[in-house]
Ligand binder design. Structure first.
Ligand code: SAM
Length: 242
């Protein structure tokens, strides 16, 4: 990976420094001397999900998701949440930082490297091992377990139609009756992007309906894209209830 190819004009080392600085400010993580260089060396060939990396520590869950306070209260009051497609697992750490108990939070991802990179960024090695599940979508085994399934920026990353359906069916199955599937995905259908699947609002509503969701709310708005790292498309904010 050439960082400059992903983000023209940006310097990887500087970005690592910025990201660690933000994590330190928000989560109080203290890094040993020289740690920036350790991470640069480890990830200079490949950062899993660079667009997520560059925004880590920005409180994206809060800024992207206008319902964050409502979800936070639910989890603080004992509701169970699944962060589905958790990436490095910032959302779970944010909820704990904001007063939730880790027992009520499960994170799930299909790519092992994301969990590992989370440990490298938040320096809390093994602390999430009981609450962070890495598995293939076929081995996803949660059923009727969660009050909330949160999924940020995952649907648009799934390239195959069958996998998209499986992803949504798993979210539906994981929820208790009355539970809420909430999150965001890029949309707009403006161009058939080479890498991203960008459904329009009506398409996405149909996907949700097809797996069994009854009450569905999808709002479309601009994709906030600070640092010029966003794509030319819209963002869909969704909530769907089982
Ligand atoms: C763009 S990242 C977003 C990560 C995180 N939700 C965030 O907002 O920081 C997309 C994540 O979805 C995960 N993912 C891709 N396909 C998935 C699937 N079928 N089920 C669950 N997660 C998936 C990827 O491994 C990646 O960590």
């Amino acid at each position: 990976m050439k960082w400059d190819n992903v983000f023209p004009g940006r310097d990887f080392r500087k970005d690592v420094e910025i990201v660690l600085g933000r994590i330190s400010d928000v989560y109080g993580v203290e890094y040993p001397e020289g740690y920036v260089d350790v991470l640069v060396e480890k990830y200079k060939e490949k950062v899993p999900f660079p667009h997520v990396f560059i925004r880590t520590g920005e409180d994206r869950l809060k800024s992207i998701n206008k319902d964050y306070q409502r979800i936070l209260e639910k989890v603080k009051n004992g509701g169970k949440i699944l962060d589905y497609g958790a990436g490095y697992g910032e959302s779970g750490r944010l909820l704990v930082n904001d007063g939730c108990s880790k027992e009520n939070i499960v994170m799930f991802d299909v790519v092992p490297k994301t969990k590992e990179m989370g440990y490298d960024l938040f320096l809390d090695q093994y602390e999430w091992d009981d609450n962070f599940v890495v598995a293939n979508p076929e081995d996803f085994s949660f059923e009727n377990e969660f009050d909330v399934v949160y999924s940020g920026s995952v649907f648009h990353c799934i390239s195959h139609e069958d996998d998209r359906k499986k992803y949504l069916q798993n979210a539906f199955n994981a929820l208790k009756e009355g539970g809420e599937f909430i999150g965001t995905t890029l949309g707009g259908n403006k161009s058939k992007d080479e890498y991203l699947f960008l459904p329009d609002k009506a398409d996405f509503e149909n996907y949700l309906r097809d797996v069994g969701f009854g009450e569905i709310e999808v709002k479309e708005g601009e994709n906030p894209s600070p640092h010029g790292t966003g794509f030319n498309c819209s963002r869909l904010w969704f909530s769907a209830w089982k």
